[in-house]
Design a protein around this ligand. Structure first.
Ligand code: PMP
Length: 443
């Protein structure tokens, strides 16, 4: 039995797994590569955890962090206190999300916090706006919104829910427009219409005057990279508008270029009321989350003179100066190097490289993606699209062999997920494709 040399629990893993397999110990990173403790050089096909968008070891970000540590390592922003980096970053974010009409930022420490902030302030918005009975949330099946109780409650995958129930009451889930697996239709626009109508029916069933918000990812990430038909989000925005429901875009993964557009919402031409951001905001160089709000919400809070308008929400690390400094340096790179454009280009290149796997391997049902979010869907039967048995470990074996061939990819259930750094170049993409080819051939 393998005895780990450390005493922490791995997130998202049964502890017993580490009794039968050795950990992969990553010790260094450089650009699109990481190195393990045996000295192997691996293409980072998952950008850490969807987040190291500018690549590893960028001196600009490291210098900004070091300079901030010298100047002011920490101070809080509660109660009217502030510091320059929190101010500068809020102005930059409002500028970057001007097309989405975002006007104000609430800082936190990561994606789950950003979602929790969105849900809590959405509820408070309705109290401040004089409709306190609007408390319910609706979200999509297969969606992922982090692990806090609020986020887990709107989460659309049972594995993240079951062990932690009972969750928040008043959360309801509707069908995702998933073209590859749905019981309705093969036609994307028809599917978009049906799913938007199902959302509307749920709002009507609950009573529109009880629904606070609809929350969803512009492209679902952890649920298996589910790319909606282009007509879906505009239809959803219309449904929300018809019934006064707030629309929260969880852009923790899709924010800052990953889909090939600077923000996922922009990809589909919709304006949310609230946007959740984390991950790519600092490319993982420091933990930071941000939730952004439009005028509808800002005006309701600003225009309410009552005690109910006070924001009793916040984190010790809201607006951490080092996190804000890291974000400022990181986002300068994202803009200066036009990383969304590279994500679009290299995403297409990767997709084209992986597409032949559908014909080449019996287990590959579909290869799909948008920009630098890609998934390979493993099936027991290509015709029925029945997923492979997740307990059989096929995806994990493919990933293990791919690593031996120089690329880190992520097995998630019966899917293999790719989310490389947005600075990826063709030579790195070629290694990923060849490593996965070897993985499928050998698994
Ligand atoms: N929302 C989405 C869409 C995510 O993908 C994630 C994390 N993968 C989260 C929220 C939670 O973020 P964190 O893990 O930083 O708490």
């Amino acid at each position: 039995m393998y005895q780990p040399a450390y005493q922490f629990w791995h997130p998202m893993l049964h502890p017993n797994e580490m009794k039968v397999r050795e950990p992969v110990r990553i010790v260094r990173g450089e650009g699109c590569h990481v190195f393990d403790d045996a000295g192997n050089k691996l293409v980072d096909g998952i950008a850490g955890l969807w987040n190291v968008n500018v690549g590893h070891g960028r001196p600009e970000v490291k210098r900004a962090i070091a300079a901030q540590l010298d100047e002011l390592e920490y101070f809080q922003i509660f109660d009217g206190l502030t510091h320059p980096r929190a101010e500068e970053l809020s102005n930059l974010l409002v500028d970057m999300l001007a097309p989405e009409d975002m006007k104000r930022v609430f800082y936190s420490s990561g994606g789950s916090d950003a979602v929790e902030t969105a849900l809590r302030l959405a509820r408070q918005y309705w109290k401040v706006a004089g409709q306190p009975e609007r408390t319910k949330f609706i979200s999509l099946k297969h969606g992922y919104h982090g692990t806090h109780f609020g986020g887990a409650s709107v989460n659309g995958n049972h594995v993240f829910r079951r062990s932690y129930e009972p969750l928040l009451p008043g959360c309801f889930h509707v069908e995702t427009p998933w073209t590859y697996r749905n019981p309705f239709t093969e036609d994307p626009d028809e599917l978009a219409r049906i799913c938007a109508e199902m959302l509307e029916r749920e709002i009507l069933f609950q009573g529109p005057d009880t629904v606070a918000a609809f929350i969803a990812e512009p492209v679902q990430g952890a649920g298996g990279v589910i790319v909606p038909p282009a007509s879906y989000w505009p239809l959803v925005r219309d449904v929300c508008d018809r019934h006064g429901v707030l629309f929260i875009a969880d852009e923790v993964v899709t924010g800052f270029g990953r889909t090939g557009a600077m923000f996922g919402s922009r990809l589909w031409g919709v304006k949310p009321d609230i946007v959740c951001l984390a991950k790519g905001i600092t490319s993982g160089y420091f933990p930071l989350g941000a939730t952004m709000f439009n005028d509808r919400i800002v005006d309701a809070f600003d225009g309410n003179a009552d005690f109910a308008g006070a924001i009793f929400h916040g984190y010790t690390y809201s607006g951490h100066p080092v996190g804000c400094a890291a974000a400022l340096a990181n986002l300068k790179i994202v803009r200066d190097e036009n990383l969304p454009a590279n994500a679009a280009r290299m995403g297409d290149y990767l997709l084209a490289g992986l597409q032949p796997f559908v014909d080449r391997y019996a287990a590959v049902g579909e290869v799909r993606g948008k920009g630098m979010m890609l998934a390979i869907d493993l099936v027991a039967d290509k015709r029925t699209r029945e997923p492979l048995d997740p307990t059989a470990g096929h995806a994990a074996r493919v990933a293990e062999i791919a690593r031996q061939h120089g690329a880190i990819v992520r097995p998630v259930g019966t899917k293999i997920i790719l989310s490389p750094p947005l600075v990826l170049e063709q030579e790195h993409a070629d290694v990923i494709v060849a490593a996965l080819d070897a993985g499928f051939a050998g698994a």
